[in-house]
Ligand binder design. Structure first.
Ligand code: ZN
Length: 288
């Protein structure tokens, strides 16, 4: 199956009371692990590349790799650009076959956020690519984007309807108390705010900062209308820990790189399978 858009992959999520996982990758091993985990669960899945991952792997290389991975399996896979701020990179990604992009203009004032999100949505529409945008400011560190606790801003429900209608985006990231990176203390999610936002728009809603959110909170978010949940940090940590274990386990005479990096695939697949069980998307894959 080829890649599908974010709009297509999230279509039945809210009504079906499940969310589709968006998983960040930085290498071949974690990307293939994400795909393997989703295939085992027969679940749709979103592979997410941050600006940092794109700079590391190369945009063409990364897009070509994921297209190949999608062609080899028969579950729906979306290739999504995560937290992009550079319009030139976004447009190149769309031309190279990304089926979804996130324009993150959330650090700008409301009107500027609308203008940038709308401009990207208009460009993406020409290529049949989906767009996610963000309202409110998520705390924590997402690569080069650092928002301290005092500057973090919850999404104002009053801003939502005009934002979605004017920008014509396909998914809306909301700030309701999660943060990027590891949590220092358990996050306190604002469920009434989420419920209010979901009542105002049918636009699929996205939860960022999924690493370390308690299972019950995930389930409540999904029940209240969250359709996409992003997990990045947990996969990064899993990748690094698995590699460290491989190095410790193998004798110095072992020089086959696959003996070291190979176990990362299964470890990342396990993380993804566990999340798919929580998100309720197992068995929701469709065939073309
Ligand atoms: Zn994020």
């Amino acid at each position: 199956m080829g890649l599908v858009t974010l709009k297509e992959i999230l279509a039945g999520a809210r009504e079906g009371h499940y969310a589709v996982g968006g998983f960040n990758f930085n290498n071949y091993e974690d990307a293939q692990g994400i795909v393997d985990g989703a295939v085992e669960k027969n679940s749709p899945v979103i592979l997410m590349a941050s600006a940092g991952a794109i700079k590391y792997m190369g945009l063409k290389q990364l897009a070509g790799m994921v297209k190949g991975m999608a062609a080899a399996v028969d579950i729906p896979i979306c290739l999504h650009m995560d937290h992009a701020t550079d319009h030139a990179m976004i447009k190149e990604g769309i031309r190279e076959g990304f089926t979804s992009v996130m324009i993150d203009a959330s650090t700008h004032p409301y009107e500027e956020n609308i203008a940038q999100s709308k401009a990207i949505a208009e460009f993406a529409a020409i290529y049949g690519c989906s767009v996610e945008a963000e309202l409110g400011k998520l705390g924590g560190r997402e690569e080069d984007i650092v928002v301290d606790e005092a500057s973090a801003l919850f999404t104002n429900p009053d801003d939502v309807v005009r934002f979605v209608e004017e920008t014509k985006i396909d998914a809306l990231a909301v700030a309701i108390g999660t943060a990027h990176g590891f949590y220092k203390s358990e996050p306190k999610l604002d469920f009434p705010r989420l419920e209010k936002i979901a009542s105002l728009t049918s636009c699929p809603l996205v939860l960022h900062g999924g690493t370390g959110v308690p299972v019950e909170d995930f389930k409540k978010c999904i029940q209240l209308g969250m359709s996409k949940i992003n997990v990045g940090t947990e996969l990064k940590a899993t990748f690094s820990r698995t590699l460290r274990e491989s190095v410790a386990k193998n004798p110095e005479s072992e020089f086959d790189p696959r003996k070291y990096a190979g176990p990362v695939k299964a470890a990342c697949a396990q993380v993804v399978k566990d999340k798919i069980d929580i998100f309720g998307s197992a068995g929701k894959a469709w065939k073309c």
